[in-house]
Design a protein around this ligand. Structure first.
Ligand code: SAH
Length: 238
């Protein structure tokens, strides 16, 4: 008996829907899309603009540079894509949001899908963020020109976790962040390359010692590169 697969369902609202699926149409995510393990719908924000000029943005109240996405247009777009009973999280990609973490990625996977609003210009009118209860998520402490690449980053991270996407289940478990630590270094053939050997322990065949070595490497790398993560991990050890 074959299990019925409920695809993880992404709905994107953007001024540049042609950017999708973009890089998510190839490789792992692309094959998963073809197999129906996830789905991707795009909605053009401009389709919800009214009037002769179909303006989606206007100048910021109170002055200042740039333009702001209008709440009436964005609100109409959100209402159009949100059917009654649709419990998917409604997310605004935003540098002011909570940083996207592997833990958040896992919870979005469990949510079965997401509605993703890609901002542009200076951002989105606060009233529609509040009234439609958009959760702001940031992909890092830098400014992109739009939310589209952020949405792709988020979806890529989720899709690779979906059942049937990655070859081996284990290949997801050892990764950086899953254990609270960064991953240990990898090696493969040739055994000798440009005068450099693979660490002897890895060719010893001694699985216990290999696991111990990898753990030590993970801890040391995390301590050096990500003292913030290291402190959290260390607190969890006692
Ligand atoms: N004026 C805003 C930046 C706007 S950038 C500020 O200073 O906070 C334009 C759009 O790009 C944003 O609305 C958002 O959707 C997207 N964006 C920019 N940086 C991002 C980031 N780090 N993470 C997620 N989305 C981002």
């Amino acid at each position: 008996m074959s299990e019925t697969i409920v695809p993880w369902k992404a709905t994107i609202m953007s001024l540049y829907p042609d950017m999708f699926p973009g890089p998510l149409g190839t490789s792992l995510a692309g094959r998963a899309l073809e197999k129906g393990l996830w789905s991707l719908d795009t909605v053009h924000i401009r389709d919800f603009a009214q009037g002769k000029h179909r303006n989606v943005d206007d100048t910021p109240s109170g002055g200042g540079a740039g333009m702001v996405l209008r709440p009436d247009v964005i609100g109409a777009a959100i209402d159009h894509v949100t059917e009654v009973g649709d419990m998917r999280p409604r997310i605004l990609l935003s540098p002011r949001g909570k940083p996207l973490t592997q833990e958040k990625v896992r919870s979005l996977k469990e949510a079965g899908g997401a509605i993703l609003l890609c901002g542009r210009f200076e951002g989105v009118d606060q009233r529609v963020i509040d009234s439609r209860q958009l959760e702001e998520i940031s992909i890092g402490d830098y400014i992109l020109s739009g939310g589209e690449l952020g949405a792709m980053v988020l979806m890529d991270a989720v899709v690779r976790l979906l059942p049937g996407v990655m070859g081996k289940v284990e290949s997801g478990e050892d990764e950086s962040f899953e254990s609270g630590l960064l991953e240990y270094p990898h090696y493969t053939r040739p055994t000798l390359w440009e005068g450099q050997e693979i660490p002897e322990i890895l060719t010893s065949g001694h699985h216990g010692k290999i696991a111990k070595w990898r753990k030590e490497q993970s801890i040391e790398l995390t301590r050096l590169r990500r003292p913030d993560l290291y402190e959290i991990w260390k607190d969890g050890q006692t």
